[in-house]
Design a protein around this ligand. Structure first.
Ligand code: HEC
Length: 266
């Protein structure tokens, strides 16, 4: 199979063709025939076939796209767009039908609530679609998402410097968030830079963070494509601590980290 074969040309199974035809007939019967009947089967159709086709991308090109796209779509959407817009060109479907712009909601740690930084969220989405979800054998995307949270938390952000920056790099200090959260990451940077949330410097910093994440995401995806991806993070909080959590418990709890009720050992 050629790398740039689309899911459509990769050959729908006979069962799917039959199911698709059935849906098409049913759709026609009720007068709601859509332009994309092949995905309307009960099993979820061609978008639920894993992994999605991937061709290796240039990390720098991807980061530049993310940097510029941040000014239209913000962090999460910019990371998704930087990868999927290229795959729309190089691969076609299912990327062409994927609604990139809807992921603008990842901005500001999900609509401004300062939870997970949208760059991490967008990267996790891309990794899980391209390698497939954990419940369908896509271990790599699960690990890449965790690796990204860890890498992001420890990186001196922003790492990536765009070719034609909108703001002089001297005005963008570097900070380590020690957290994958938007609130903490942006807050620590704002304190260091002494710039408000609406400043051009803060915006450019976040655009560069999105670009940095897009760069690292493509590095991982390219390694995976070559069969060389190795998970970097071994963080498993539920098994080790009995609760979902980021790693630095003491940052929030101080020295008195609570212990959750643990399942009784029989
Ligand atoms: C980003 C901040 C943050 C981090 C990091 C964090 N926690 Fe929490 N955690 C909280 C907050 C806030 C609560 C709610 C506390 C409350 O209601 O009293 C909480 C609640 C808990 C609870 C349940 C409530 C209790 O008091 O028993 C446990 C257990 C807990 N955390 C353990 C951990 C462990 C273990 C880690 C690290 C592996 C961790 N936390 C990391 C903020 C954090």
């Amino acid at each position: 199979m050629e790398e740039n074969d689309t899911l459509e040309t990769k050959g729908l199974s006979r069962r799917q063709v039959i199911t698709g035809a059935g849906v098409l007939a049913a759709g026609a019967a009720v007068g709601r025939l859509t332009a994309w009947p092949s995905v309307a089967s009960a099993s979820g159709g061609s978008t639920e076939k894993w992994p999605w086709p991937y061709v290796k991308l240039d990390p720098t090109v991807t980061a530049e796209l993310a940097y510029n796209e941040w000014y239209r779509l913000f962090c999460g959407g910019a990371v998704i767009s930087s990868v999927f817009s290229q795959l729309r060109e190089k691969v076609g479907e299912p990327y062409k039908s994927f609604p990139i712009d809807s992921f603008v909601y990842m901005e500001g740690g999900v609509v401004g609530w300062g939870t997970i930084c949208g760059s991490n969220n967008g990267a996790a989405l891309v990794a899980n679609m391209i390698t497939g979800p954990r419940i369908a054998g896509g271990e790599a995307g699960h690990h890449m998402s965790s690796d990204m949270l860890e890498w992001y938390s420890n990186a001196s952000m922003p790492v990536f410097v765009p070719k034609t920056p909108k703001i002089n790099p001297d005005q963008i200090p570097h900070t380590v968030s020690e957290s994958p959260l938007c609130h903490v990451s942006v807050g620590r940077w704002m304190k260091e830079a002494n710039k408000p949330i609406g400043s051009p410097e803060r915006k450019d910093r976040c655009a560069r963070v999105a670009a940095s994440v897009a760069f690292h995401l493509v590095e991982m995806l390219n390694a995976w494509k070559d069969g060389k991806y190795e998970p970097a993070s071994s963080w498993s909080p539920v098994g080790d601590f009995g609760i979902n959590a980021q790693q630095n418990c003491t940052a929030c709890h101080g020295s008195d980290v609570p212990t959750p009720p643990m399942a009784k050992k029989s």
